[in-house]
Design a protein around this ligand. Structure first.
Ligand SMILES: Cc1cc2nc3c(=O)[nH]c(=O)nc-3n(C[C@H](O)[C@H](O)[C@H](O)COP(=O)(O)OP(=O)(O)OC[C@H]3O[C@@H](n4cnc5c(N)ncnc54)[C@H](O)[C@@H]3O)c2cc1C
Length: 563
């Protein structure tokens, strides 16, 4: 063990007595209906399991819906699995596990075919072949896309329809999962949830799959939708699950930056088509930073953009599409529509852009089947860490990972469910904390904004030891204040989950005294001599999460938890 962080948090966010609320029973319970959760649910149901899918918003909402550029998969005759694998490893900066990379890459065409079988319509060339584009870090055009730059909408549509039609799947939209329920041996046996009318439900299941997506809402600047608050990571922690490499947060270098507008992502595909990044003086700066210029890996572009903003004392840099050979309005209809809304014509006007939190690379540590360290609990998609992405994620590999791992975890969880029985939840109860402060009120919106600003400033693109240390103290202070109150609304549960994930990620960032991939420390500007992962191991005692121990795991030993 290398360091410890004291948490002193309650195992459960709210008091409950399963005998007092309606109960449901399923073989497999999936929290999340995006690319990963949707796929896991379909595979579990196809294997014969009864499946429930809970989503805190509508089924169609989530990061998957927002995916732009596409899905990386080897389909072209000039491309190869080894090339895709090598590109993934190169961008991963020494922390991608070659075995996981090979598995995910080789399973890509099958995952793509399953989507096609569900009726997903990807863009095609005139001869009927899939239209393939190229993104930063990829040495071939291998990105399958839909509606130009709105791929996620099509994938989510196809998955949602399949989920709704499957006779063994029941969907529960707008049901917020508050906590995983554990039996006295620590096995996860169900979930406590609250619906949009604040009614509580207990779901019993033999196997529970977390597919709750990302945590971009921890940051003031983010491409993620509102529901990306890291709930799965916080719930997983409270149930005792090991987390891995939480310091690695990928920032997308080109988010539309217009005061008051949502930070809409402008996909790499636009740079792939020839768009250039220039500062306010018209200077094209990317060739100074990387031979691939605008198509350098995202961390390189994000840092360059950040440095340029500081050097020019500007709030953004500018993406120029004027020199593109083709009509940008036709090639990028979504970007065109949004820019036009703000009075910009992308064929002529430079688009102001800056980095935004985009993808949480770290997550719940899982093996090749998606098993976490806690019996009965699985994790897939953005909330999981398989060691595919390493210290940096190559574009369009996350949808791929979600589909491939969702497939595997869904089948394995269903098989595991057939070997056991669904436990009764009746004996599980949690009393309210006797010292909860009912007379104090906190302004949750104000605190949430403060948290997001702090994370953007101190845990953002650029980090340093002293700033991280101060941030951790401030986060701990806020978390203690919120935890002392009765937590009774989804906003309060989200805030405590965000504070939990923020503390864990900041603690991990302090522990990593080097710069590697997306983790840039100004006080340790180069990679250390040995590549290592960082695992956070929760310490659960008598209904409390006392804290986490930070464990450094050398890359050679950091293979899968249970192979
Ligand atoms: C703007 C944008 C563009 C992107 N472009 C690409 C791209 O081109 N290619 C690519 O590969 N990746 C891209 N990504 C990343 C990719 O979209 C995500 O990593 C991926 O979709 C995550 O899928 P998921 O299934 O893990 O989670 P999500 O799709 O985010 O689904 C999460 C699910 O969990 C549910 N949930 C969360 N918390 C709770 C709770 N407490 N209770 C109940 N349910 C809960 C949500 O309701 C939702 O259904 C992009 C991301 C963004 C934001």
């Amino acid at each position: 063990m290398d360091a410890s962080l004291s948490l002193g948090a309650s195992r459960y966010l709210v008091p409950f007595d399963p005998r007092q609320v309606p109960q449901f029973r399923f073989d497999v319970l999936v929290l999340g209906g995006g690319s990963a959760g949707g796929t896991a649910a379909l595979r579990a149901a196809e294997a014969g399991a009864s499946v429930a899918v809970l989503t805190k918003g509508k089924l169609l909402e989530g990061n998957t819906r927002w995916a732009k550029g596409g899905l990386a998969a080897v389909t072209g005759s000039r491309d190869s699995f080894d090339s895709h694998a090598q590109d993934t490893l190169d961008v991963g900066c020494g922390l991608s596990d070659p075995k996981v990379v090979q598995h995910v890459v080789r399973d890509g065409p099958r995952a793509l075919n399953e989507l096609l079988d569900l009726g997903a319509k990807f863009d095609r060339e005139g001869n009927g072949d899939l239209s393939l584009s190229r993104e930063g870090g990829h040495s071939h055009a291998r990105i399958v896309h839909a509606h130009g730059d709105s791929t996620g909408i099509e994938i989510q549509r196809a998955l949602t329809e399949a989920l709704e039609e499957h006779p063994r799947i029941r969907t529960f939209e707008r049901h917020f999962a508050i906590d995983l329920l554990s039996d006295p041996d620590g096995r996860v046996v169900g979930v406590l949830a609250s619906n949009f009318k604040s009614q509580r439900f207990a779901f019993a299941a033999r196997e529970v799959i977390l597919a709750t997506g990302g945590s971009g809402q921890l940051y003031r600047e983010t491409t993620n939708p509102d529901l990306a608050t890291g709930d799965g990571l916080a719930m997983g922690l409270r149930s005792g699950a090991v987390q891995r490499d939480l310091e690695f947060v990928q920032f997308h270098p080109t988010c539309l930056y217009i005061a008051g507008a949502a930070r809409v992502l402008i996909s790499e595909i636009v740079r792939g088509a020839g768009a250039e990044l220039r500062d306010k003086n018209g200077y094209r700066f990317m060739p100074d930073h990387h031979p691939a210029a605008e198509l350098a890996p995202r961390d390189v572009v994000s840092r360059a953009v950040f440095e340029r903003m500081v050097a020019t004392e500007d709030t953004s840099v500018y993406l120029h599409l004027a020199g593109l050979g083709s009509d940008p309005h036709r090639a990028f209809p979504a970007v065109s529509r949004i820019a036009r809304f703000f009075g910009l014509d992308i064929a002529k006007d430079p688009i102001p852009v800056r980095p935004g939190a985009h993808y949480h690379i770290g997550g719940l540590a899982v093996d090749m089947d998606g098993r976490t360290s806690v019996p009965g609990l699985w994790a897939v998609g953005e909330c999981a860490s398989t060691n595919l992405h390493g210290a940096n994620r190559i574009g369009s590999n996350s949808l791929l990972e979600g589909l491939v791992m969702g497939n595997r975890a869904g089948r394995c969880a269903a098989n595991a469910a057939f070997d056991g029985t669904v436990s009764s939840l009746d004996h599980l109860r949690h009393e309210s904390a006797p010292d909860a402060l009912h007379e104090v009120e906190l302004n949750l919106d104000d605190l949430t904004y403060s948290l997001k600003s702090l994370m953007w400033r101190d845990m953002g693109v650029q980090r340093s030891g002293p700033a991280l240390g101060e941030a951790l103290k401030r986060l701990t202070f806020w978390a203690r204040a919120v935890e002392a109150l009765p937590l009774e609304s989804p906003r309060a549960w989200e805030l405590i989950n965000m504070l939990t994930v923020a503390r864990l990620a900041t603690f991990s960032a302090l522990g990593r005294c080097e710069s590697r991939g997306v983790h840039w420390r100004t006080d340790f500007p180069v990679p250390g001599p040995d590549a290592f992962h960082q695992e956070l191991v929760p310490n659960l005692v008598n209904g409390f999460v006392e804290g986490v121990d930070l464990r450094r795991v050398a890359v050679t030993e950091a293979q899968l938890l249970r192979e």
